[in-house]
Design a protein. Structure first.
Length: 444
């Protein structure tokens, strides 16, 4: 019976998804799918499960050979060779995995050679300094100066005629996550647009256009003949259960790869259980409180400080939102609270801690990361400061530097009142142990 079949599914078993299985057959349209790492809550940002779904759906079109890489980037970069299109489905902003210069060079060359480019959800968000170039590739890019985002119900009542919209019918996507009011290139073709709540308009530019339908998906033909597509929805994995959304995105991937799309659109058949498969196991993505329990006596020479004795707002590691595996320790240095956490120098790109303070009063604040220094620490720990209405800024912290006494300035920032500030520490591409003890916000 259906119930026993559903119970037999392990929703977190990703071992059956073929990864980086390549082809050298020039007659096949190779499409590379880059599925981001673990992010957000269960059911949101299910990049691996979404990528695995694309893999299955694209195989329903003859002559297409999809190749999927997990954790945002392939172990074997040769899979990009001969790719007709690349699909990028992952986190954005300062956490965007493709902003590494070497990775960006590979995408840049593919775009220059005319390969298709598809970017979904937060992948359209790039830091200043590179956003303008990405805009010329993708046709649009989200930036904090005018962009808005959030979760709400949307309805797409008008579907324009375009190869990407073949077989796509008007549809609604309740409660999904959206980005809008982007910077666009001349010549983009809006494919999905709809009403957004005016209270979601958080920037002056967006507020000036209250009541306007906002573009959520578009197609773009680049001057060199390459094709691009972006869709800022698909935060919720459940939305892939909407046939018209699946058809829109699979049509778009095929269109960018210059594969013919039938009159009724691509086949996008799924089984009832497909949306329950290949999910990220986010049961371990709990606050660092649980991971931080060191279970050992303090090491000799360790000094402990009560966070309440420090000036400003101090968020201990136990108050951060942790993703991935973090181990607790209290082995050396000046420690805030009972312990600090570290990534054990493994699972690079899969661990992060996000801090979101409640700022009581708007003003200028200096932000500090606290983390005991040591010779086995990372010299390039990525720390992103994200403040509403400002560009996200990525800094690399040298945690080997003992001269800092474990306190690293992340700069001075104009912070708004409320919860519009985030500090994210990750272990992406780091060369040693990443350590996190606390984040401090001191009003100037």
């Amino acid at each position: 019976p259906a119930t026993s079949r559903a119970q037999s599914i392990d929703p977190y078993d990703q071992s059956r998804v073929p990864l980086e299985v390549d082809t050298t057959d020039p007659k096949l349209a190779k499409i590379v799918i880059l599925a981001g790492g673990v992010s957000n809550k269960a059911g949101q940002h299910e990049y691996f499960a979404g990528g695995a779904l694309f893999l299955k759906l694209l195989k329903q079109t003859p002559g297409v050979f999809p190749v999927m890489a997990r954790d945002a980037w392939p172990k074997n970069e040769s899979i990009f060779r001969g790719a007709k299109a690349v699909v990028i489905y992952m986190d954005g902003g300062g956490k965007h995995p493709t902003i590494d210069p070497k990775r960006l060079d590979i995408i840049r060359k593919l775009v220059a050679d005319g390969a298709g480019l598809v970017q979904l959800h937060q992948a359209v968000d790039y830091p200043d300094g590179m956003a303008d170039e990405i805009q010329t590739w993708l046709g649009g890019v989200w930036k904090r100066d005018i962009g808005c985002r959030g979760h709400w119900d949307m309805e797409f009542t008008h579907i324009p005629e375009h190869p990407v919209t073949r077989g796509v019918k008007p549809f609604a996507a309740p409660g999904d996550g959206w980005l809008y009011n982007l910077h666009y290139q001349p010549g983009i073709v809006p494919l999905l647009a709809g009403k957004v709540p005016d209270n979601s308009r958080t920037t002056p530019d967006a507020k000036a256009h209250a009541g306007r339908d906002e573009i959520i998906a578009w197609a773009y033909e680049r001057p060199n003949g390459g094709r691009s597509f972006a869709f800022t929805g698909c935060d919720l994995h459940s939305s892939w259960g909407i046939e018209s959304q699946r058809k829109l995105v699979i049509n778009a991937i095929l269109w960018t790869a210059k594969v013919n799309i039938p009159a009724g659109g691509a086949k996008v058949e799924i089984a009832p259980d497909d949306l329950k498969r290949n999910l990220d196991d986010k049961r371990a993505a709990t606050p660092a409180t649980k991971a931080a329990s060191p279970g050992k006596a303090p090491a000799a020479g360790a000094k402990f400080i009560d966070a309440k004795s420090l000036p400003g707002i101090v968020l201990d590691d136990t108050q951060g939102k942790a993703i991935g595996e973090w181990a607790g320790s209290r082995s050396l240095g000046t420690i805030i609270g009972a312990s600090y956490v570290h990534d054990s120098n493994k699972n690079k790109g899969k661990a992060a801690i996000e801090f979101q303070p409640e700022i009581p009063e708007a003003g200028t604040y200096e932000i500090f990361l606290h983390a005991p220094a040591g010779s086995n620490r990372a010299s390039n720990t990525p720390v992103t400061v994200s403040v509403v209405d400002l560009p996200a800024t990525l800094r690399k912290i040298n945690q080997k530097n003992a001269d800092t006494n474990g306190r690293y300035s992340l700069g001075t920032w104009p912070l708004p009142k409320g919860k519009g500030t985030r500090v994210i520490v990750s272990n992406e591409d780091t060369d040693g142990h990443v350590v996190v003890d606390a984040v401090q916000f001191v009003k100037k």
